[in-house]
Design a protein around this ligand. Structure first.
Ligand code: FAD
Ligand code: EPU
Length: 283
């Protein structure tokens, strides 16, 4: 009715791990299409860079933001911007984060360059406050637009209980658009900070992966704990604990979701400290 494009597709195609069976994917490009998509049980798909999707796929419809909800209006709002600060127009939840970070660098707009190298979409990165020790998404947010089956509302970061890898938003709260709050800076200075943050990724594997499997417990590197447990290089089926970094699971080609789950169980069993999963398992 609203004109959303709907297709049954393998989710492996949408995840950086390259694993996952079929689901009904709803490509929604405006609020009307989004509202229709939310009428039945759903999941929201961003860049698929934190997901381990079952080989059987998922029964719910999977929502993917496209069109205007994947476009960024970076024009400074004249009423809210001044000599130091820029508040942008709306940036769609479906906008790929890496391209946005490059654009902000060129415009000399600072606050988000620490998130360089995170292959997410804006909505997914906001939903879990993705970041590195050099900066996180909530360091550059002015307003969030949240859509649920109950309707659309706008919230500011101070209304949310956000923290390390946590936005305070519930599952199913769709981050449809955000407005960014940035600091005017010299493009070369932004580039230098971006390059510096990127250096920390040198030791990360280059293969198909959903990034770090576990959150760092109490600020200690989970990768280091997995390394100290002697687990780097452990392989189950087509999945491998990366020899480069203990907290990354990579797909050697043909990995199944079961292989990945088995490695996660093994890590939990062998590492002496309780670890909280960062990956999201679908279903
Ligand atoms: P997805 O993986 O698609 O989904 C993850 C969760 O977000 C799901 O619950 C999904 O429903 C929800 N979601 C997605 N889009 C929306 C939306 N529009 N509204 C509401 N909810 C939504 N993470 C870091 O924090 N720091 C890093 O340094 C980092 N490095 C990485 C490096 C690599 C090579 C890879 C592959 C991943 C890395 N990650 C890192 C993990 C990942 O990029 C982040 O978790 C990111 O926030 C996931 O965003 P996404 O758009 O890909 O979301
Ligand atoms: N270390 C080891 N062995 C390993 C891995 C790490 O000894 O196998 C040691 C390193 O030598 C270093 C320390 O642990 O002394 C920290 O390692 P690193 O710099 O790689 O950082 P991290 O804490 O393991 C975190 C984030 C990454 C982010 C990097 C860079 C988490 C769970 N991980 O990793 O985020 O990219 O810092 O800022 O917070 C992600 O969340 O998906 C992710 C990749």
């Amino acid at each position: 009715r609203s004109g959303a494009r709907i297709e049954r597709l393998p989710l492996a195609r949408f995840t950086t791990l390259g694993v996952g069976g079929e689901a009904e994917v709803w490509f929604v490009g405006n609020h009307e299409q989004l509202a229709e998509a939310l009428e039945q049980p759903y999941r929201v798909l961003g860049g698929g860079s934190n997901l381990v999707v079952a080989d059987e796929g998922v029964p719910e419809r999977v929502i993917r933001l496209t069109g205007p909800l994947a476009e960024a209006d970076l024009t400074p709002d004249p009423e809210l911007s001044d000599a130091e600060t820029v508040v942008t127009g709306w940036v769609g939840g479906g906008v790929p984060l890496p391209g946005l970070i490059r654009k902000l660098q060129k415009l000399g707009l600072s606050n988000l360059e620490g998130t360089v190298g995170i292959p997410a979409q804006v909505g997914g990165a906001v939903w879990m406050n993705a970041g590195t020790r050099y900066g996180e998404m909530f360091g550059g947010l002015h307003t969030l637009e949240i859509v649920t089956p109950g309707g659309t509302r706008q919230v500011t970061p101070d209304e949310l209980d956000w923290g390390y890898r946590r936005s305070g938003l519930s599952r199913g709260h769709v981050v449809s658009r955000v407005r960014l709050k940035l600091r005017r800076s010299d493009p070369e200075e932004v580039r230098a900070r971006m390059d510096f943050a990127d250096q920390a990724r040198k030791g990360q594997p280059k293969m198909k992966t959903p990034g770090c499997a576990f959150k760092n417990p109490g600020g200690v590197s989970a990768g280091r704990l997995i390394d100290e447990a002697g687990l780097k290089g452990t392989r189950i089926g087509g999945a491998l604990i990366a020899p480069e970094h203990g907290n990354f699971i990579v797909n050697l080609g043909g990995a199944s979701s079961r292989d990945v789950h088995a490695l996660l169980d093994l890590i939990r069993e062998r590492v002496g400290v309780p670890l909280e999963l960062e990956y999201e398992l679908w279903p």
